[in-house]
Design a protein around this ligand. Structure first.
Ligand code: HAM
Length: 425
């Protein structure tokens, strides 16, 4: 029996992981500069939390949750991070300690979707949430921060799409407008959209079916239904983006798949990476009602999440620098003991060091040093030890020198910091 990872769930092997780390570090740097602090929440939450916040009629709640029953409790592997962050914000009464809270998180999310390129059942998000700030300045600040992050990662074709859904009342009213507009042609809608017409007509706006799109195009845009306060918020958001020089497209049909959004909504799309319909690298929006809904005060909130797999597919694979280690190749028992001590001293000095303890031939150890991309190889054999030296080879420059054993760690760490070596004489 050969075991395989579960459908839609992937191993990330060390070669790929380097790129993940580069991306995660760029993300951390970006958000920490903007005052966000990291939180970690459980992977499992009470199912009811997601039903309540993400919304009963969403695809996530209706068919994508991994749910398990444990001693009568229904628990769900988190399909996203916002509900957990809001739950933690309320549970720990963070609102009583500070007027504005900025949190970020990185980690796996789980949705039982049909897997395809850029869409998995376990996938990783980097996200952030702001609680207590009604915007719209922080909305523009957040979108600008992400736009610059994407461009900095080399995703220069990223498109920023924004919309406003208005406050909760506007959504309710618009739902009716849309229902009335689509009802006469109900029979022409796709099967999924016919179902959504009853419980969640807004989702028909981002249906991919061509006839649905045609019918929706003729519907009045949600922006026509904003009240004065919502319109002022939307106008100020765009003024903020203009002041920051963020190029964006206002798209009144952008709705996104979660029910909690109010007012500002945004998505980052890219055609790099051959992602097809999975071209949303990340998105987010305002959810001013969730904290109160979960039993907290009436705290406004906004946030986003980025899909790390999709960003990695869109990023240029060549910006992937492997660290070049120092490679230690001992022959014989005495040499191996010296090598153990030298490797530890080099690592203490912060030098990445590989030690080949297999006891094979020098030739095969040097082959491995080259395939590891080593800068220097330290050759240790009885002959060298009798002379009180180690032989240090620069694998790129094809030069070598002897260094005295007693000062080897110090000298080699200096050599690792500069290249190439002067030829021996
Ligand atoms: P979302 O749009 O559902 O929003 O997910 C955010 C991003 O996660 C997507 O744009 C996509 O890049 C990635 N993603 C989603 N599903 C998958 C999947 N099955 N496979 C691979 N990548 C995927 C949220 O999750 C909200 N919590 C964002 C938010 C935060 N809104 C307010 N605060």
């Amino acid at each position: 029996m050969q075991y395989r990872a579960a459908k839609g769930m992937n191993d990330i092997l060390p070669d790929e992981l380097r790129r993940w780390r580069t991306l995660e570090e760029a993300f951390r740097r970006t958000v920490e500069l903007a005052g966000y602090a990291e939180i970690r929440t459980p992977l499992l939450e009470p199912t009811e939390l997601f039903v309540r916040s993400v919304g009963e009629s969403t695809d996530i709640v209706q068919k994508e949750m991994f749910t398990l029953l444990h001693h009568g409790d229904s628990l769900t592997l988190r399909p996203e991070g916002t509900a957990s962050a809001a739950r933690a914000y309320v549970e720990h009464t963070v609102f009583a300690r500070e007027p504005v809270t900025r949190w970020y998180y990185l980690g796996p999310m789980f949705r039982a979707e049909r897997p395809q390129r850029g869409r998995y059942r376990q996938f990783y998000q980097a996200g952030a949430e702001i609680f207590g700030d009604p915007g719209p300045a922080c909305d523009a600040e957040m979108i600008d921060m992400l736009y610059r992050l994407f461009v900095g990662l080399g995703i220069t074709d990223v498109e920023v799409v924004v919309n406003s859904l208005g406050s909760a009342g506007v959504r309710e009213r618009y739902r009716e407008v849309l229902r009335e507009h689509l009802e006469p042609n109900k029979g022409e809608l796709s099967e999924a959209s016919q179902r959504r017409l009853g419980d969640n007509p807004l989702r028909i706006l981002d249906s991919k079916a061509p006839r649905d799109q045609e019918l929706v195009r003729e519907a009045p845009p949600i922006l026509d239904f904003l009240d004065d306060a919502d319109r002022a918020h939307w106008d100020a958001l765009r003024a903020g983006l203009d002041a920051l020089g963020v190029p964006y497209r206002a798209e009144p049909r952008l709705v996104r798949g979660l029910d909690y959004y109010t007012r500002t909504l945004f998505e980052f799309q890219s055609s790099q990476g051959g992602l097809g319909s999975q071209n949303a690298l990340g998105g987010g929006g305002r959810y001013d009602g969730m904290v109160a809904d979960l039993g907290g005060p009436a705290a406004p909130a906004i946030g986003f999440a980025l899909g790390l797999e999709r960003i990695l597919l869109a990023m240029n694979p060549s910006d992937d620098a492997k660290p070049s280690p120092c490679f230690i190749a001992p022959i014989g028992e005495r040499a191996t003991l010296e090598a153990l001590v030298l490797a530890r001293s080099l690592r203490d000095r912060g030098v990445p060091t590989d030690l080949d303890g297999r006891g094979t031939s020098m030739k095969s150890m040097l082959r491995r040093a080259n395939s590891r991309g080593a800068r220097l190889a330290v050759l240790i054999g009885d002959q060298e030890l009798d002379r009180g030296v180690f032989k240090v080879k620069d694998l790129a420059a094809h030069t070598e020198i002897d260094v005295p054993c007693a000062a080897a760690a110090e000298q080699i760490s200096e050599l690792m910091a500069r290249a190439p070596l002067e030829p021996a004489h």
